[in-house]
Design a protein around this ligand. Sequence first.
Ligand code: GNR
Ligand code: NI
Length: 170
Amino acid sequence: MSILTILEFPDERLRKKAAVVKVIDDTIKKLADDMLETMYESRGVGLAATQVNVHQRVVVVDISEEKNEPLYFINPEIIEKDGVEESEEGCLSVPGFYEKVKRAEHIRVKALDKEGKPFELQARDLLAVCIQHELDHLEGKLFVDYISSLKRQRIKAKLEKLHKQNKGKP
Ligand code: GNR
Ligand code: NI
C-alpha cells in the first residue's frame, strides 16, 4: 500500500468531474486501498479519488472511533434525501479551516462495493454529512463553495501563501 498526495484548494484539479468506473479491476482496488491508507494517515473520515488526482468515482469513508469500519463506495448515488441540518465541516484539501454547511439530514445511497457488488445504505449525522461531502468532490465541488465568497477568498489567500512558503520543501 502507498500514501498518496492530497491536492489542496485552490488547485484546479479539484474542480474536475470524476468519470464513472466501468470495470472494478485490481487498479481500482489498489486505488481504494491506497486512498484508505492515505485517509487514515491524515486522520480524515472520508476521501474521494478526486483529492488524490484520480478522476474516477471512488470514495472511502470510515467514521468509526477504532478506524476499523472502512466503507468503499464506487459510482455512489444519493437516491433519497430529506431534512436539512447544519454542521461544521473540514476537508483534507482545505487544511485548517472549518465552516458551517447545510446538508440533507438523512440520505439513502446506492453504490458498488470493492468487489463490484451493489449495496444500499441509509445515513444520518456525521456519516450523511461525510457521504454528501465526498460526492461533491466527485463533481468538483468543495465545502468552501457553500460559504460567502469573502470567506472563501480569505481561505484561498491563506492557503496560497502557505503553498508558496512550502514550495520545494519535502
Ligand atoms: O476528515 C474529514 N472530516 C469531515 C468533517 C466534517 C465534514 C466532512 C468531513 S470530510 C473530511 C475528509 C475529507 O476532506 N474528505 O473529502
Ligand atoms: Ni473533503
